[in-house]
Design a binder for this molecule. Structure first.
Ligand code: 6PG
Length: 229
């Protein structure tokens, strides 16, 4: 199924979404260099499956699309989630792990991460979409949506209400491949706005497409509900 500049893949349930994402992630361990992970609950299962399917990540440099300004061991840390779900389960660790140091505060963490990112070409970017249509830590109507720096300090538009650091819209759009993962009926409205309707700042995910590459969304039937129907 095609949406606006995006391929839509609709699967039965969240487990199938995770399995498909894990398959793509596992393939990336042999054909990509820079992979960007996302936070949230949807990708956790995908990470666990990917670690089992492809336990050698030594070719990859791993990045994050956004981070909450908390220490890495905090339950709300996107890095912490990925560490537990995938990094700690690998036989061969990634060539580099580029954690956003949220505990430094949003300004300093953004500056550090920007320095690390340099001109790196992001190959595969995984993204979730919030029920409000946010992506990474780019929230509806936020001033960050207009900014062009690669990495931005940001404020939360939805819980957990802690400061954030996020890649910007142009940085995300510069990726070679973007893969959105959505599951559950609470995502159906956001999915329609993000993937089918005209783009706009009220739905940040609608602004994110790989301008020179491929964008795909893998959704379960519940999340795709209002697109299909
Ligand atoms: C964050 C995430 C965020 C997430 C969406 C979807 O730090 O909050 O990176 O952008 O991807 O909120 O999250 P779920 O997949 O858990 O619904």
């Amino acid at each position: 199924m095609r949406g606006r500049d995006i391929e839509l893949v609709v699967l039965a349930d969240a487990l199938e979404v995770a399995a498909a994402a894990a398959e793509r992630l596992a393939a990336a361990t042999t054909d990509r260099d820079n992979v960007v992970l996302t936070g949230g609950t949807t990708p956790r299962e995908a990470y666990e499956l990917a670690a089992r399917r492809a336990p050698d990540w030594s070719r990859l440099e791993v990045w994050w699309g956004d981070e909450r300004c908390v220490p890495p061991e905090d339950d709300r840390s996107n890095f912490g989630m990925a560490k537990g779900a995938v990094l700690d389960r690998l036989e061969r660790a990634p060539r580099a792990v580029h954690r956003i140091q949220g505990e430094l505060g949003k300004e300093l963490a953004a500056a550090r991460y920007d320095g690390e990112l340099g001109e790196a070409q992001l190959d595969l970017v995984l993204l979730g979409v919030g029920p409000d249509g946010h992506v990474a830590s780019l929230f509806p109507g936020a001033p960050t949506l207009q900014e062009t720096a690669r990495v931005l300090p940001a404020e939360a538009g939805l819980g957990p209400f802690v400061d954030r650091v996020t890649l910007s819209v142009p940085t995300l759009c510069g990726a070679s491949e973007i893969l959105f993962l959505l599951a559950g009926p609470e995502k159906a409205d956001a999915a329609r706005r993000a993937f089918v309707e005209a783009p706009g700042p009220e739905t940040p995910a609608s602004l994110v497409r790989a301008s020179g590459g491929r964008t795909t969304a893998i959704l379960d039937r519940a999340a795709a509900g209002s697109i299909a129907g």
